[in-house]
Structure formats: C-alpha cells, structure tokens
Design a binder for this molecule. Structure first.
Ligand code: S3P
Length: 424
C-alpha cells in the first residue's frame, strides 16, 4: 500500500461496527435461546472467524449485508465439530470461545494462525483449570492449539493478574456452565462489553467497581443488537484529522464506553481540538459523533488506569506523539508485547524508519516529538493496527510511504484505505 503526504482531510464518515461487540453478539446469540439479530456487524476477518467457528459448532448463522441472524440453541445446544476450530488471527475468538468450550460435554481442538499460536493462553488456561476445565496446550508451550475436553465446572473467585477483557470474559462464560457463582476481580477495569451484554441477554450478572459477579442458572434469551461504530477504528481518522494541517473530520456514531475511550482523554491532554456531538445510547452503550480539527499537539504522559481504556490505540497515539511538540511517555503498557505483534517493537521500528526519536522501554516507549517525519518503507508485521497507524503517519510525513502487507487491515477494517482516500 502506497501513501503520500496529504492535503487537508475534509468530510464525514461512519466507521464499521465495534469488533469486541460484534464478536460477542454472535457468541452470546449462539448460546441464547431464539433469534439474535445484529445490525452494523463488523465484517472483518476476525469476526468472520467467530461466525465460522460457531457454524462448525452447529449454529445456523445468516450473514446478509443488512444484518446477521444467529439462531441460538441455548446454553447446551452446541454440537461437536467435525474438525479443528480455526480462530484465524483473533485473540478474542480464541479466548472467549475457550471459556464456552470448557462448559461443553464434547472434546474439540481450537487453533489459529501463526500469530495466534504465539500468543499467551496460560492466562485463560490457569483460571479455567481452577474451575475444573479440561484444557491443555497441545504443544505444551502455553499457546494454541488448545485441546478442550469435558470438565465439571465450579465457580471461582479469581483476581486476574492483568487487566484483560478476554481473560475476564473467558472466566465469566465458563461461569455460565458452573454449579456455583463466579467472581472476577481485575487490577484495573478492562472493557466491560461482556458484562453489559450478558446482562442484556438475561444472565444474572452484577458489577461493582473492578469486580464482576455471575450466578449461573439463568437462561440467555436472543436479542436485537445495533453495534455502535468502533472507537478503535475511529482512532485513525481522529489522529489523521488532528495531524494533517487544515483538516476537519467528523466520525459519526462511535461507541464511547468509558472503558474504551481513553484516547479521547489523551487527545484533550495533547491539546487536540475534539468535540463530542449528539451523545446518546446505542445498544446500551454510550455513543457520539466525534469532530476533530487539526492544530498543534503537545506531549503527555499515558500511564496507569488509563492504559486498558486505550490499549489498542497506543500505536496511533505514538504516531500522534511523534508529530507533537515535546516528550510523550507511555508506561504500564507491557501488554502491548502480546498483541497481534509485539507493538512496542513494531511501533518503534516504524517510527524510527520515518525519522522519529523514540526509545522503547520494557512497558512502553518514550517519544521525543517534533522532528519532521519522512516517508519510508514500513512493515505492518501483519498487524492491522500497525498498518493503519502508519497509514496515518504517511499522510502527515514528507514524501511517500509504503506499508508492506498493508492488506492485513481486513482483520478489523476491510474498507480502511478507501475510507481514508474519500476524505482527501
Ligand atoms: C478485546 C480485549 C483486548 C483488546 C482486543 C479485544 C476484547 O485484549 O486488545 O483487541 O474484545 O475483549 P486483552 O483482553 O488481551 O487486553
């Protein structure tokens, strides 16, 4: 993918549906009784992996351009797959589905692509095993493929060592199949879509501060879900609108759940011009239109409790920091190392290739902004968020940038380059 320094970006767009909510709508719909109807479902490769896994588990899912229809078969309605389940590149599919599979009375194997097979699964295997699940890493290295057999599940009270919505969700989903209540406490509250949505589907689930408490026994009932736009996808357009001189960009219908919208606080802390318009609710989640206009940014410190609320946005935040005046410090973000790529390494590599002054640290990076960036050849490392972050950098840098393997954006945003071009 080749991109050049851009003139002002002008106009409005609607980004595709939220990835986390799209995955969950299919998963929870599959184990609910009756029909779940989902509009604005994200047709990215990750969410399509979730659909294909549940089809293999015997669920009828109709995927039309207007909506997804999931014909749920109840908590105990999944059937044994005839083959290995393939989660593709999707950590959410792998970890959440593992929680559901732990509660089934048939064995199966769950795997994914080369990146998934390197990502840590002990973080779910440990708590699920404590619940009585029969789950092991086939190669014994703590990664997928995972072999999951029948187990008798009991509720646990578990404190997760890392703030991870995938870990929390895997435990809560297994908790639906346990014979006693399950409690999960996080060090910092991670995205809470599972809690909000499971409650909407009829689960007996309460949340207080950083703890979710689930009593098993309530059946789930199919729902109508309108997925709000993904703030993680909107982030690239917000950054581009802030960085490219003369720009004014309106991103419509974006989910701004506080457990996801940390980037908005960072934009404000950097002095970015941002307005939230028409704040409302979409599928029980706060949503708004986001308007940005370009202007100078300054460095900031991003750390602590804010990190889980912007973890997927840190690569593009690092790009913003490289164009900002002064120093930006990102810390407490060691989780970046275990995403689709090691995002400390891959973000630093891309920024350096474009001439930025950036130093990696064990839990983040230090970016001394304000140097003029130039076009370069950038590896996406097959990581969709790295490709999109550097596409944004390319629009504000001198010259031409080539994003190698740029088509990996299909994972979360198949029409990304077209939507970006439409604003130019
Ligand atoms: C997700 C949780 C986060 C996030 C990922 C989606 C989810 O991962 O990075 O893109 O949908 O639950 P972790 O749970 O590993 O932090």
């Amino acid at each position: 993918m080749e991109l050049r320094k851009s003139g002002p970006l002008k106009g409005e767009l609607t980004v595709p549906g939220d990835k986390s909510i799209s995955h969950r709508s299919v998963m929870f719909g599959a184990i609910a009784d009756g029909l779940t109807e989902v509009t604005n479902f994200l047709q990215g490769a990750d969410c399509l992996s979730t659909i294909s896994c549940f089809r293999r588990l015997g669920i009828d899912i109709e995927n039309t351009p207007e909506k997804i229809l999931v014909r749920g078969r109840g908590l105990h309605g999944l059937s044994a797959p005839s083959d290995v389940l393939d989660a593709g590149n999707s950590g959410t599919t792998t970890r959440l589905l593992s929680g559901i599979l732990a509660g089934q009375d048939f064995p199966c194997v769950l795997t994914g692509d080369a990146s998934i097979q390197k990502r840590p699964m002990k973080r779910i295997m440990e708590p699920l095993s404590l619940m009585g699940a029969n789950i092991r890493s086939v190669r014994g290295d703590g990664c997928a493929p995972l072999a999951i057999g029948k187990g008798d599940l009991h509720g646990i009270s578990y404190s997760t060592p890392v703030a991870s919505a995938q870990v929390k969700s895997a435990i809560l989903l297994a908790g639906l199949y346990a014979d006693s209540p399950t409690r999960v406490t996080e060090p910092v509250l991670s995205r809470n879509h599972t809690e909000l949505m499971l409650r909407g589907f009829g689960a007996d689930l309460t949340s207080e501060d950083k703890t979710a408490f689930l009593r098993p026994g309530s059946p789930l009932v199919g729902q109508k879900i309108e997925v709000p736009g993904d703030i993680s996808s909107a982030a690239y357009f917000l950054a581009a609108g802030l960085l490219v001189p003369g720009s004014q960009v309106l991103v419509k219908n974006v989910g701004v759940n506080p457990t996801r919208s940390g980037i908005l606080s960072v934009i404000r802390a950097m002095g970015g011009r941002l307005e939230l318009l028409d704040e409302r609710l979409c599928a029980g989640e706060p949503a708004a239109d986001l308007f940005v206009s370009s202007g100078s940014l300054h460095g900031t410190v991003i750390e602590g409790d804010l990190i889980p609320a912007l973890i997927d946005e840190l690569p593009v935040i690092a790009v913003m920091a490289a164009f900002a005046e002064g120093t930006t410090v990102i810390r407490d973000a060691a989780e970046l190392k275990v995403k689709e790529s090691d995002r400390i390494e891959t973000t630093v590599a891309g920024l350096r290739a474009m001439g930025a002054d950036v130093t990696p640290t064990p839990d983040g990076m230090i970016i001394r902004g304000g140097r003029p960036l130039h076009g370069a050849s950038i590896s996406s490392f097959d990581d969709h968020r790295i490709a999109m972050s550097f596409a944004v950098a390319a629009l504000a840098a001198e010259g031409t940038t080539v994003i190698e393997n740029g088509d990996c954006v299909r994972i979360s945003y198949p029409g990304f380059y077209e939507d970006l071009a439409a604003l130019q």
